[in-house]
Ligand binder design. Structure first.
Ligand code: AMP
Length: 401
């Protein structure tokens, strides 16, 4: 960003303004918009104009009955006024993404002004990464800025394909994207050890690639959440009615064997909070994770598991956390996730570098007001996971290639 002279130039900027809205289309969480403000303000403060592109929801998956796009629900115009208030600058809205009006409004834009284009996903060409649509989008601005880390793993027109229409010196990451890449780099390149990965959530199948990758990166892997029971069962434990992916049992054994071979320590929850139904109002008891009675299911890690996990976390110098330790949406099964959040914050205070990524763990850290007590909270769940998995993200490659 800072190497580019924005004076008198129009920056066309991909942001992730995919914010949640209530029924009256009020924004219920404006974090994603606030996070893009430094990049937008930088361009304005340096004599440039900004043309914003974003998607909002999945309009093509929820068409009106007659097959048309539900503009009322998905228009980015819902965000124009809130963005104006946040920036302290009036934001103009263009009712199309590309076309004659978009070209005219962009051409008329003066330094210091902001124009927001209509939802990029109103066009089917966006998700297809259509070249012609990308070229039209690119023609609206002179400098391409990508600050949408949350969609960097998608090779869509506005997130990736349009970058090729700008010379290398006129395309850049925004500040948010820069810091995501920098912080992922801190854990991927020469991390301090002991390095601990904490994983949780519902499914082993979603995290296989990540777990395999961790085997080459980390010293310790803590496995909590529903996915832990597939491992406990694979080792011969009785897990009652806990979540188990039967077809992943052989894989769990294989992962445990590979970990042993590579000297990576795997920590599974010694005990669990088991409930007699999937309900916050269920009866629950603390039991060993490998002797959960039939009819009961592990919905959170137990007290002993918390203590064991805490010890590993507090002895770590680098920590990645992705996925909750239990069904943290239900208050009776949130204690494990909360305790781990506190432990990660404590380790950070003691000098560890901690990166929290993935929707649910980020939500847990935010709920507890601990977001500023960990080193970095990633805004891109899927994108951060793919980066940690060692994949090259198309949105990053397009800017740097
Ligand atoms: P994921 O999207 O795979 O990260 O999974 C997140 C979801 O896993 C959350 O909605 C949690 O409620 C759920 N989860 C965590 N632990 C358990 C568990 N022990 N049993 C069932 N679901 C769980």
């Amino acid at each position: 960003m800072k190497k580019i002279d924005f004076q008198g130039k129009k920056a066309i900027m991909r942001v992730d303004f995919n914010v949640p809205l209530d029924k009256q289309y009020n924004i219920t969480d404006e974090t994603r918009m606030r996070e893009a403000l430094p990049t937008i303000k930088y361009v304005l403060d340096n004599g440039g104009a900004v043309i914003l592109m974003s998607h909002l929801g999945r309009p093509l998956a929820k068409l009106n009955e007659d097959g048309s796009v539900n503009v009322e629900k998905f228009t980015l115009n819902h965000l124009t006024k809130p963005l104006s208030d946040m920036l302290g600058v009036p934001v103009k809205f263009c009712p199309e993404t590309v076309g004659e009006t978009a070209s005219k409004m962009s051409a008329a834009l003066r330094p210091g002004e902001v124009l927001m284009l209509e939802n990029t996903r109103f066009q089917k060409e966006e998700e297809k990464g259509d070249l012609e649509f990308s070229r039209k989008l690119a023609s609206l601005g002179e400098i391409y800025v990508n600050d949408a880390f949350g969609t960097a793993h998608r090779a869509h027109a506005s997130t990736t394909v349009m970058a090729q229409f700008f010379p290398k010196e006129n395309r850049t990451f925004g500040f948010l994207m820069e810091s995501e890449i920098e912080n992922a780099g801190k854990v991927l390149n020469n991390p301090d050890s002991p390095f601990t990965a904490i994983t949780g959530g519902a499914k082993v199948s979603d995290k296989i690639v990540l777990l395999e990758r961790f085997l080459d990166l980390v010293d310790n892997i803590i496995i909590g959440g529903g996915m832990a029971y597939t491992f406990v069962k694979a080792q011969g434990g009785q897990v009652g009615n806990s979540l188990v992916e039967e077809d992943k049992l052989p894989l769990a054994i294989e992962l445990l064997a590979k970990a042993a071979e590579k000297g990576v320590r795997i920590y599974l929850p010694i005990d669990s909070v088991a409930a007699d139904k999937f309900d916050n109002a269920a009866n629950f008891q603390n039991v060993a994770s490998n002797t959960i009675p039939d009819g009961w299911m592990g919905l959170d890690i137990g007290e002993e598991a918390i203590a064991a996990f805490e010890e590993v976390i507090l002895n770590s110098k680098t920590i990645i956390w992705n996925g909750p330790m239990g069904v943290f949406e239900m208050s009776n099964f949130a204690n494990g996730t909360k305790s781990i959040a506190v432990a990660v914050a404590k380790a950070t205070k003691n000098g560890a570098f901690s990166l929290v990524g993935g929707g649910d763990s980020v939500a847990a850290v935010n709920q507890m007001g601990l977001a500023d007590q960990v080193s970095f909270v990633s805004t891109g769940g899927g994108a951060m996971l793919e980066m940690l998995e060692g994949k090259e993200l198309p949105g990053i490659k397009a800017v740097t290639a």
